[in-house]
Design a protein around this ligand. Sequence first.
Ligand SMILES: CC(C)(COP(=O)(O)OP(=O)(O)OC[C@H]1O[C@@H](n2cnc3c(N)ncnc32)[C@H](O)[C@@H]1OP(=O)(O)O)[C@@H](O)C(=O)NCCC(=O)NCCS
Length: 185
Amino acid sequence: MAQPRTESVTLTTDRLVLRAPRESDVDAVFAACQDAEIQRWTVVPSPYRREDAEFFVRDLAPEGWRTGGNRIWCVFERGSGALVGSQGLVLRPHDPGCAEVGWWAAKEFRGRGYTVEAARAVARYGLRDLGLRRLEWHAYVGNDGSRAVAEKVGFRFEGTLRSYAEQRGVFHDAWVASLLASDPA
Ligand SMILES: CC(C)(COP(=O)(O)OP(=O)(O)OC[C@H]1O[C@@H](n2cnc3c(N)ncnc32)[C@H](O)[C@@H]1OP(=O)(O)O)[C@@H](O)C(=O)NCCC(=O)NCCS
């Protein structure tokens, strides 16, 4: 299935708005990504510099939306407008019916169910609006928080891929789970 080039898409949930990153988000992304847990469990650069937030907002996200290959959202609390996290959907050129999900939550906003709420909206968008067949979640082995989120969203655990996921030049064993369009809602 060909993925057309696309404008960015905004998703809204009860408590959150997910929209494409903007220049005005640089400070909040830079602040959130100072967190040791985000640096430990994701591929963000470590140490995380202001230029890294600028690259995320100015290059990575807009290019992903332009090509349709990589859809990245900043997630905001509807009430306060605060940045509470990020969500991503990375499509696979050699299997366009499948995409990988990714997320982080700003430290101060964890434990409120925001990541699950945002990830559900992204999963619906991927499976229903984009018509994908399969969403995949990967995490380095031991990331119990991300696994709890994935399972709450409905992802089914499939196993451990040895020496699979590269993080800054090091390959980690990774857990994998999937959510299919055909899974019961
Ligand atoms: C993992 C992470 C995204 C969870 O974000 P969050 O906003 O706290 O998640 P939610 O509030 O939506 O929590 C959903 C569920 O996960 C559970 N959970 C969260 N962290 C957990 C942990 N470390 N261990 C076990 N369960 C955990 C919560 O208890 C909650 O379940 P409950 O509703 O039954 O209480 C956040 O801790 C984070 O950003 N970690 C660093 C980056 C990261 O690991 N990204 C994922 C890479 S694969």
